[in-house]
Structures are given as C-alpha cells and as structure tokens.
Design a protein around this ligand. Structure first.
Ligand code: SF4
Length: 472
C-alpha cells in the first residue's frame, strides 16, 4: 500500500484559538470572542425580551410566551455559567435530529440543538456566520441554516463540541456539516444505522448502538457517565417529555377548531428541544393550551374576519419576516406547521412506554423508539402518510411547501408528497422558493405576492366547489 504524504495539520485546539483571535481582530475588536460569546448575546436578548413582554406585550401575543422566554433566560444563564467554570471542557453533544435531549443531560452532557441555535441568530449574526464559513470553503448555495450550523461549530463562539452523533435523515447536509465540523474541532463521532422498520427488532438494534455510543462517550469524554443514577434521571426526563407531548397533542387537536384559535407564528414555534427535559417545557405547553382553549371558547381567533382558507406549512420558513400575519390578514389560517403542531410524532411512541403496541423493556429502548419514529428519518412514504393524516384531522385546504434552497426534504419529497395529497385528498399545493436566513437571496416582495395570489385563487376555487356541492 502506498502512503501518500499528508500536509501537517494544526491541532483542533490551535485552530479554535486561531479562529477566535481572527474574529476578534477582524470584526469585533471591542468584543470578547470566546466560547461564551453566543450565550452572552442571548443573555442580553432574553433579558430585554422578558422585560418587554412582562411590561408591554404585543397585542394578541400568548401570555405563555413569558414562560418560554423566562425558561430560555434561565437556560442561557446556566450554559454561560458552565462555560465560565469549565471553558472548552464543557461536555457538549451535537446530535442528529431526534436524539440526545433527554439522554444527554442524564449523562452530564450539554446537548446543543445547533439548528435551533441558528434560528436564534439576528440577521447580522447570520450574515457574519455565512461569510465566515464561505471563506473556509463552505458552499454558498446549500441551506443557509446549515452554513450557520457549520459556523457555530468551528468559529469558537460556543464551547468546543465533544461528541457528534449522526443518523440517516432528510437533513443530509446537516449530517455532512456536522461531520466536517467534528473533524475540524476534534470531536468524537458516532453514526447510527436506523432501520426503516418500526418493530421491536429495530428497537433492539438501535438500543445496541446506543450502548456502544455511550461506551465511546464515557471512555473518551471527561465529565460524562451512564450509571444507575443517570438512568434514573433519564426515566425522570422521559416522563417530563411525555407530559409536554400530552399538552402539545391537545394544542394540535384544538387547532382543528374553526375559526382557528392558533396563530401561524405560534404553530411554527417548535418546542425548544434543549428544554424538553425540564419542567418549564411542560409549563409552557400547558399554559399555551389553557390560554388557546379560553380564547377559542370566546370565539377569538388571530384572523382578521371570518376564516376562508387554512393551510399547513411544511419544512421551514423565512425567519426574518412573518408570512403568517400576511396570510391571516387575508382570512387564511395556518393551524399547523409540519414540525410543530403538524408533527405526527405527537401521536406515537413514548406514550405509555409502548412502541406500536409492544411494551418497551428499558429507558434506552424508549430513546431508540424516538429515533425510529423521527419524522425526518423515515421513508418519503411515511412523511406523506403523516402529513396527509394531519391534513385530514385539521381539515386543511392547501399546503405551502417552502422550497428552502439546497434542502433535500424541501426540494425532494415535497413535490411527490404534494402531488399524492392532491390526487388523494384534493388538497392543492404551493411550492414557493425562499431562504430562511440569507436575506441577500430572499425576495420578500416577490414571496408575498406569490403567496397572496395563490391563496386568493385557491380560496375562490374552494368557494366555487362549495357552491357546486350546495346546488347538488
Ligand atoms: S431546511 Fe432542510 S437542509 Fe436546512 S436544516 Fe432544515 S432539513 Fe436541513
């Protein structure tokens, strides 16, 4: 075998230090660039937000937002404290889509949902972030959220990532960005093989891999363990998660009422995964449900007049504008977002510790079952089935597919799904191109015009059909 000479590489620690120093001198000479940077920014943001909502809430805003922002403020304080105490030795886990949010804290990890962290960036932060990774050779035409994940992992603005886990799912670019960044920062990597089947054999197969991953982490990452106490914590966190899911399911059912009591903005709000093992996760969804139920009983709705049309929004959305408010002003409700209120996982495993009627044998199997039921990690067929089910439950009139540039889910199975649902349920689809965070590419005016025109035509078609049915 021939050994090719390889260029001498700097260590991950050297690269991280260089990156922090570079950013310091180029962009923010007055700001300290270190692993606490992101937390300090968020600390200021949540302090402002909590103060504003408590003293002067926006009209129509759910009071439960205060619960959420207070919980986020507390979370950010704790993360900043961890950085101040441990620096880059904070054990950080960056997981694939569904794993790690209960198991991680039970083991002593700080589990970072980096995709959700990018959602918290301001337009300016997203801009520096994308410019930064592009200078490192990252392509500019892949999903902008993924570019920002890459930047968050390697630019040194968070504590160093210690473990990256991956599984096959629709966000293949996310997996690749994670892999690239893991190599850059010298993180441990574990890849799961998650079968498409949903049976106990599959559960045991994934459980075996989980045990292997735990061994890898415990041996190589200081500060993490999996013993009896960790398992007891895991059981406790799974129970909290189940309670949160209970209230989310109730919100999803409430969204079926007409006029729709839930605003698109609230439907889009995904559960903060990093909080899902804490009581505040349950409190937020319970408060939201009770408030929405009360509003609905009083006939209140975020719509400006009668409900004429209702859409299910898929995959993702532009973060720095509010297309929902635009639609609601035109009598179009958005009761569900594919990954929030529209997510079918609220109906399945974990509940009653069962997986498709089989009793789960231990808490790790419950984690394995969650991974097997991840909406994004199955076949396109399953995605179609889940979205169609939600369309029937919520009496959806149309589907908006946000075609995020460079995203496999948005540009792949979306069309197959739209065509199938239209032929089976008669529900039309709009495929609309956009970017979540790259404001240089996203044309808001053209976006709104396309959205408005489609809703207007579809509403007229729906009214004509209803009239026809009335005359029969
Ligand atoms: S929009 Fe697509 S590519 Fe981007 S983070 Fe979401 S699933 Fe991944």
């Amino acid at each position: 075998m021939k050994n090719y000479p390889t260029a001498e590489r700097s260590t991950p620690q050297e690269r991280l230090a260089r990156s922090r120093a570079e950013r310091q001198s180029i962009d923010q000479p007055d700001e300290v660039i270190d692993g606490g940077w992101f937390w300090r920014r968020l600390q200021k943001k949540y302090a402002r937000r909590v103060q504003k909502i408590a003293s002067n809430p926006r009209e129509g805003m759910l009071g439960s937002n205060l619960v959420l922002y207070q919980a986020m403020a507390k979370y950010v304080d704790e993360e900043l404290r961890a950085w101040e105490e441990l620096g880059d030795d904070v054990p950080v886990w960056s997981p694939g889509a569904a794993l790690g949010y209960r198991l991680g804290p039970a083991m002593g990890f700080h589990t970072y949902p980096l995709d959700s962290f990018t959602d918290l960036m301001t337009p300016d932060e997203a801009r520096w972030s994308m410019d930064y990774v592009r200078r490192l050779g990252f392509p500019s035409d892949i999903c902008d959220r993924i570019q920002n994940i890459g930047a968050l992992m390697v630019s040194g603005r968070l504590p160093r990532i210690s473990l990256v886990t991956l599984e096959f799912n629709d966000c293949s670019q996310g997996a690749q960005a994670n892999l690239w960044a893991a190599r850059e920062v010298g993180a441990q990597i574990y890849t799961f093989d998650v079968p498409f089947e949903q049976d106990m054999q599959a559960v045991r197969y994934v459980e075996e891999q989980l045990r292997e991953m735990i061994d890898l982490a415990v041996k190589n990452i200081p500060g993490v363990k999996y013993d009896r106490e960790s398992e007891a914590r895991l059981v406790q966190y799974q129970e909290i998660y189940r309670q949160g899911m209970h209230w989310q399911r109730k919100i999803a059912k409430l969204a079926a009422r007409k006029p729709c009591p839930i605003s698109g903005r609230d439907a889009l709000r995904m559960p903060a995964r990093q909080l899902c093992w804490q009581q505040s996760f349950v409190d937020y969804f319970r408060e939201s449900y009770l408030e929405l139920e009360k509003r609905s009983a009083q006939g209140e709705s975020p719509l400006n007049g009668p409900e004429k049309f209702r859409v299910l929004w898929t995959a993702t959305a532009p973060f720095y504008s509010d297309p929902f408010d635009y639609l609601e002003k035109r009598g179009c409700a958005v009761p569900a977002y594919e990954e929030g209120t529209g997510c079918a996982t609220y109906y399945v495993p974990g509940e009653g510790k069962q997986f498709f009627g089989h009793e789960l044998e231990n808490p790790l199997q419950e984690e394995a079952a969650t991974l097997l039921w991840d909406h994004w990690a199955g076949t396109a067929e399953r995605r179609i089935w889940e979205v169609a089910m939600r369309c029937r439950q919520l009496d959806i009139d149309g589907i908006v597919h946000f075609e995020q540039g460079g995203c496999v889910a948005c540009n792949g199975s979306a069309r197959v799904m739209g065509e199938r649902i239209e032929s089976e349920l008669g529900i039309p689809s709009l495929y609309i191109r956009g970017w979540c965070q790259d404001l240089e590419k996203h044309d808001e005016q053209a976006f709104q015009a396309q959205l408005g025109e489609w809703v207007e035509i579809s509403t007229r078609q729906k009214e004509a059909k209803e009239q026809e049915r009335g005359q029969e």
